[in-house]
Design a protein around this ligand. Structure first.
Ligand code: SF4
Length: 260
């Protein structure tokens, strides 16, 4: 399987390991990737290899396409378990993110009131009031924290903005007052350039766990790579390693799932 660029603004429904039957909402251009991270494990590939030529879909285009898809699914008696904001980059970077969430809540209530709304984000826009408020209104506010080690983040997640500060991110995550699910990627081995990317050691897990204790999320989701990655040398964390990390999170009173 190769890296993937998703259709925009709607894709799927697809079956997600973590979320069930998921209808995807992609706020990025349909022909490339747009992210302020450039993770070496990103299933969409490296930013430089997928520079888009199209624009992001407008708020109106997202609402129109979402309603059409929900109507079509209804005629087949299908219902999504979840409407998931994900795809070719960082959804909260869309300038109309808050209004798009409002539209999505309205359409969800109209067509599939049992469905949850999930947002998968890299946490970088949570300082923006409109994004913070919108994320407080979604059911599953799933925010990425792979580690609290800045050097590791710069090698693996590769934020494109020099101002990125994981400690400020952790402070801001506390402001959700538990209305947040933390998603953390664990890797083994070395990147193609020889960089050690194993974050399953105590040196990484201990401080990360302390941050989880501060944030007090409703849940932590830990996982490892599942698709082809743009850096071909990366290795999966083993089920035993992920289970051990999961059990440490549960032991401090926080719900945690591990996906292999
Ligand atoms: S934050 Fe997500 S979309 Fe952005 S580069 Fe990383 S994995 Fe890809």
């Amino acid at each position: 399987m190769s890296t993937i660029i998703y259709p925009s603004p709607i894709f799927g429904p697809v079956h997600s390991r973590r979320l069930g039957i998921s209808l995807g909402i992609n706020l990025m251009p349909a022909d490339g990737k747009m992210c302020n991270f450039d993770c070496i494990y990103c299933e969409c590939g490296f930013n430089k290899d997928h520079v888009p030529t199209l624009r992001r879909p407008s708020r109106e285009a997202v609402a129109t396409a979402l309603e059409a898809k929900l109507r079509e699914m209804r005629t087949r008696n299908e219902r999504p378990d979840v409407l998931t904001f994900a795809g070719n980059g960082e959804p909260t970077a869309h300038p109309d993110f808050q209004n798009i969430i409002d539209d999505t809540v309205r359409l969800r209530n109209q067509y599939c009131p049992e469905a949850k709304i999930s947002v998968l984000s890299n946490s970088t826009f949570i300082f923006k009031d409109s994004v913070f408020e919108a994320l407080m209104r979604v059911d599953n506010n799933i925010l990425k924290v792979d580690t609290v080690d800045s050097d590791y983040i710069n090698k693996v997640d590769r934020p494109q903005q020099p101002s990125y500060d994981i400690h400020k991110i952790i402070d801001q995550l506390c402001r959700f007052n538990g209305h947040v699910i933390i998603q953390s990627m664990f890797l083994k081995g070395r990147a193609e350039d020889g960089t050690d990317v194993d974050n399953t050691h105590e040196r990484f897990v201990g401080p990360w766990l302390e941050a989880m204790k501060r944030v007090q999320p409703q849940e932590v989701m830990i996982y490892t790579i599942d698709r082809e990655t743009p850096d071909k040398a990366l290795l999966k964390a083993t089920p035993a390693e992920l289970n051990a990390i999961r059990d440490r999170v549960i032991a401090v009173g926080i719900a945690c799932t591990a996906s292999y």
